[in-house]
Ligand binder design. Sequence first.
Ligand code: SF4
Length: 329
Amino acid sequence: MRVAYFPFTQEAADQVRKAGFSLESLLDKSSFASVRNRAADRVLGSLRGEIPDNRPRREAENFVELFSYPLSRLIVSCLNDDYLIRRYVLAEAKLAYKRMQSEKEEIIFLANDLGLHPLHSAETFRVHFSEYIKAAHHMRSPKWKLINRDLKDGYLTITAEELMRLMQELVRDRIIKGLPVPLEDELCKSLNEYIIPLRLELDKLRSKQNLNLIRVEEEAYPPCIKALMAQIFAGQNPAHSARFALTSFLLKINMSPDQVVTLFNNSPDFDEEQTRYQVKHISGSSGTMYKPPSCGAMMTYGNCVGKDNLCKMISHPLGYYQRKIKLGN
Ligand code: SF4
């Protein structure tokens, strides 16, 4: 396995350990500056949406790629921000997925390292259901549900593409484990040269989102919808009932399914395939356009927040919106 391509693996961790470099030398020595730069580059990439895929071609580059991963975890831990952690984990998992596409001969080794033991048969793979459930439990689209898979003798059949998608989920679970790493302030201070610009970038991203939020607040959305938008922009993952309420409301006031999908792109756990499926479904692709829940239903599910005076005069978030529009916001 090209260990440096997949630096989150056990094998990679073993190689790092065996190399025996002290943390102090990695943080201080000028010969490790390229490792520190690549570590910061990984974090910056995750803030900008994608870690640059610098494929190591020479031994020295393998070294940089391999050691930059644990160091990037330290940088993320020093920044200690939940939103950044989720973005970073997702970006690392996406980078791994991208590399799997061109390293298909490594797939079985990598799957084994992640705790999956697929059996290769012709064009497909067979995976034991217990391992499948472990990998697919976050996947929301119905095609991943066990009842929608053909299950025989405890195994189900998946394509190579599906296997890599499952592995991406396991990579995410592996990377998020242990983050943030508890660290001494002194250690973070020694990384200030990298941390300060990254914190500025993180602040810039947050203020951009706040601007979006202000724009939203100027409009006629009711308090519950504003609160849900705020959660999305803050990088949180609202509960299923809340996502449904937000999606159905926005579609009803004529936001296009594509616009709604783009909005959810603000969430660090964004999965375009799942989100598109759900939004399309709510918009009526299966023949029924779902109505947004009433205020009563919003209260039942804990999605009614911060009632204002207008809330007292309506029984549906759409009624709030329409009145506010009539009143000229
Ligand atoms: S009363 Fe209705 S419109 Fe107002 S916040 Fe609650 S659910 Fe939203």
